[in-house]
Design a protein around this ligand. Structure first.
Ligand code: XMP
Length: 319
């Protein structure tokens, strides 16, 4: 794509001009955005870049291993893998308020980066995969007064004391353009085609309080759901699909016994840029079969519901 080839060339020049011989750290989330940003910046400045991947314990099944394998082994990009699960989950325990959860995660991310940056002898720049919709959605809701809908943890600047400048080469791009750029940079198609995953991870898919046990249940249900989507050949037709573990237990029956377990909500939407979205119209058999598998295979869930809310009035994530 000629547009993206030109963008790439210009972005590389701009990154070099801005960074000079400074050191950059890049927060890698495992998603397309930060990965594309990292590969682009690595192309511009090579080993002046160190990626920091924070495992906050809020990732999906096998996600951490996949990210580390890809960056360290495939791209040879210097990568620090931070095991910070306890820090994040302990800090979230008992917290019910969605904005407090988001802000807690955002703050811990910054603190973790700061600590890691110190360990590698400091950095002058912090790189992030911030996209255009992230920038505007954090500021105001389209068409409305200036109201914060959600605080995206990767937007909003850094504490003064960090003394690092931001490098955000994707700040003017939409998601589809980032995918084109990733393709242009030679990232594998299956990786570039990954559905978006929010920085606060599974924490915002556990409304009503995060615990290790709930995260574990959610992770299993989510993996089964995505497995069924892939097997049905639907992955690329859907912008984002994920499970949400509701803080509600309901009565069920299994064999001769009564069960009293959590409800799992399934979400799937189509969208162009994440700013608006329509719920995905599955075949009912697909939903029924997926629900059966989740209930049979995941201990702790005995009921599955499907979310038929579009955006607006809903948002894509539940928190
Ligand atoms: P909402 O829920 O606001 O989500 O309709 C729109 C898109 O943004 C993703 N999202 C985030 N991405 N940090 C991110 O990097 C965040 O804090 C965050 N919150 C939501 C969401 O998954 C959807 O693709």
């Amino acid at each position: 794509d000629w547009t993206m080839a030109a963008f790439r060339e210009q972005a590389v020049e701009e990154i070099r001009a801005k960074v000079g011989d400074g050191k950059v750290i890049c927060g890698l989330s495992g998603g397309v955005d930060s990965s594309v940003a990292a590969v682009l910046i690595h192309e511009a400045i090579g080993d002046q870049l160190t990626c920091i991947f924070v495992d906050h314990g809020l990732l999906r099944m096998n996600e951490a291993d996949e990210v580390v394998a890809m960056f360290r082994d495939h791209y040879n990009i210097p990568l620090v893998h931070v095991q910070a699960q306890d820090t994040f989950i302990d800090a979230l325990e008992g917290e019910m308020d969605p904005e407090v959860k988001r802000k807690t995660i955002g703050r811990l991310f910054i603190e973790t980066f700061e600590a890691e940056a110190k360990k590698i002898g400091g950095a002058d720049f912090l790189a992030q995969g911030t996209l255009y919709p992230d920038v505007i959605e954090s500021v105001s809701f389209t068409g409305g007064p200036s109201v914060t809908i959600k605080s995206h943890h990767n937007v909003g600047g850094l504490p003064e004391r960090m003394n690092m400048q931001l490098v955000e080469p994707l700040r003017e791009l939409f998601k589809d353009e980032v995918r084109l750029l990733g393709h242009e940079l030679g990232l594998p198609a299956h990786f570039v085609g990954r559905q978006p995953f929010p920085g606060p991870g599974l924490a915002i898919r556990c409304p009503g309080g995060v615990t290790r046990e709930k995260l574990d249940i959610l992770r299993q249900a989510d993996a089964i759901y995505l497995d069924e989507i892939r097997k049905a050949g639907l992955y690329d037709a859907i912008w984002q699909a994920f499970a949400v573990l509701l803080p509600v237990q309901t009565v069920g029956v299994m064999g001769d016994g009564r069960t009293y377990e959590f409800v799992c909500a399934l979400r799937a939407v189509t969208s162009v840029d994440g700013m608006t979205a329509d719920f995905y119209h599955y075949d009912m058999d697909f939903l029924g079969n997926t629900a059966t598998r989740i209930i049979n295979e995941v201990r702790g869930i005995n009921r599955v519901v499907y979310d038929v809310t579009s955006k607006p009035p809903g948002t894509i994530e539940w928190e």
